[in-house]
Design a protein around this ligand. Structure first.
Ligand code: ZN
Length: 167
């Protein structure tokens, strides 16, 4: 098991457009496992590969619903519907939170760890999380889109997860 360091805003890797994954192999599966362990250790609900310094189109998400852990390789949003504004935070921007407008529901195509192309239909926190994490793959941080930003009050990581703020 390996818990990796999470990069914070200011690191150039977070601003790069990530490369697609071309090989599904043992190395990738180990990376997926490390990313999930890093996300859980940080008590986040999502983590994108660039946040741990890997410029590849890979995301892990677990918003604590029935879906459990989602591993999205080369994900693409293929449909967006509705609009919703909500508070967001980011493991790579630890001191701030902000109000961000997102689509209410999204359809997302991705490759799973066996190499199969899949479709995910997401709403609520999961939809917001998918959009937030996919932005990371294009070098975009939530602070770029936030309508307002505020310095976070001191709260425990558990509080933040409960409020769905850490992605
Ligand atoms: Zn983030």
């Amino acid at each position: 098991m390996a818990k990796l360091d999470i990069l914070v805003a200011g690191d150039p890797v977070l601003r790069k457009v990530c490369e697609p994954v071309t090989r599904i192999d043992k190395k990738l599966q180990r990376l997926l496992k490390d990313m999930a362990e890093t996300m859980y250790a940080a008590e986040g609900v999502g983590l994108a590969a660039p946040q741990i310094g890997v410029s590849k189109r890979i995301v892990v998400i677990d918003v604590g619903d029935d879906m459990g852990l989602l591993e999205l390789i080369n994900p693409e949003i293929t449909k967006r519907e509705g609009k919703v504004v909500g508070a967001e935070g980011c493991l790579s921007v630890p001191d701030f939170e902000g109000e961000v407008e997102r689509a209410e529901t999204v359809e997302c195509e991705f490759t799973d760890r066996t190499g199969q192309r899949m479709v995910l239909n997401a709403s609520g926190l999961l939809a917001v999380c998918v959009q937030h994490e996919l932005d990371h793959l294009d070098g975009i941080l939530f602070v770029d889109k936030a309508q307002s930003l505020s310095r976070k009050e001191k709260e425990t990581p558990k509080d933040a997860v409960r409020k769905g703020r850490k992605k």
